[in-house]
Design a protein around this ligand. Sequence first.
Ligand code: MN
Ligand code: MN
Length: 463
Amino acid sequence: MSEHKTKAEALVYAPENGHSRVNAAEEERCTQYCEGYKQFLDAGKTERECVQEAVALAERAGFRPLVRGETLASGDKVYRVNRGKAVFLAVIGEKGLEEGVQIGGAHIDSPRLDLKPLPLYEDSELAYFKTHYYGGIRKYQWVAVPLELHGVAALKNGETVEVRIGCGKDEPRLVIEDLLPHLGAEQSKKPLGEAIPAETLNILVGSQPLQGEEKDAVKRNVLVLLHEKYGICEEDLISAELCAVPAYEAMDIGLDRSMIGAYGQDDRVCAYAALRALLDVGQVQKTAVCLLVDKEEIGSVGVSGMQSAAFDTFMADLCAASGTRRDVCYEHSFCLSADVTAAYDPNFAEAYEKRNSARFNYGVGLCKYTGARGKSEASDASAEVVARVRRMLDANSVLWQMAELGKVDYGGGGTIAQYMANRNIDTLDAGVPVLSMHAPFETVSKLDCYMTYKAMKALYEEM
Ligand code: MN
Ligand code: MN
């Protein structure tokens, strides 16, 4: 009887919490890794800043810009920046590119509030910036939280001025106000999605009038301050990209410090894993490629998104360096689309199908498919691809779990996976489960972050 039970038990898939499957040394490596990750988060709150930080880390690890037409040798470490908003990095392997490359791909744009081209106005002696939100946000989450402004203003003379309001300890912050509960009776009757209309997401930027001015004295005072600090005028804001992002740093969450809370962890948590793993690999068999791209949150569109040919051009240049056809390289390549998934939240249990949801501390979440309404817009990786990843992760003691993003027909989401698969590259989604995804403050488990790093390293080192 007991022997029969044991046999049956061996047939059951019942993984345990990751913390009971790793030893103290592994926990310590996890903690160390997450310290570096938190620094990466604080250094980059926009895709432009993430690219700068990624390049700085890569150059310290011996990477250099790829020169078109050069010949490359095994062990070479190169990168290319696409318009300051995306970066492709490669470690050249011992095998030729006709045998394919191992790709870890993540996105570095996050939901936020962009300033409109003509943002600045004054109303009732208060100065505001108009915003146009970027990506999927829940608008009610962005009021009454401290904000910073990060971005650039491109001038007519060709110069680009970097703008950072916030960041430093003594720097001022900005905010969008909310209605006080005392007067919120009517607002509270509205559905959550309608209570804060997009056109009320106006950022408060000043209240002090410029002395001697009769018209719009508060607005003009803000213009004077912007000119003093950045040398820009109102018209320069037309060719600017200024993003309002939350004004707090990454921090440990929980009495046990087992989690991290921060803005923009979708998808910088996977971007850091994909990058750090590439910086840490030694000599690889197949060429290892890390891509960190922009515009995923609005459909991977545009010249800096995954649908752009910029990646194909980078790969064509790598292939030319070894006399390989790019399409042959793609055919044999393999990609982990490293993007976050939803973690099961017991407080909103009705939105999840528990058996197939990712859970904190069970490791990197593998998504065979994403999409909505019957897998629409999903690349739906093949069974063989999932098996290959199971094999690869188990061989490297990487904790992993399968993940679906919530209940069927409750919503859905996408990643860059379909655009990699469209290129004839076998691709599987793999990433960190997140609580409060897309909120100004998202939470992840440290162990899942570290396991995603280990998964990316296993990918680059796969034979
Ligand atoms: Mn994402
Ligand atoms: Mn997202």
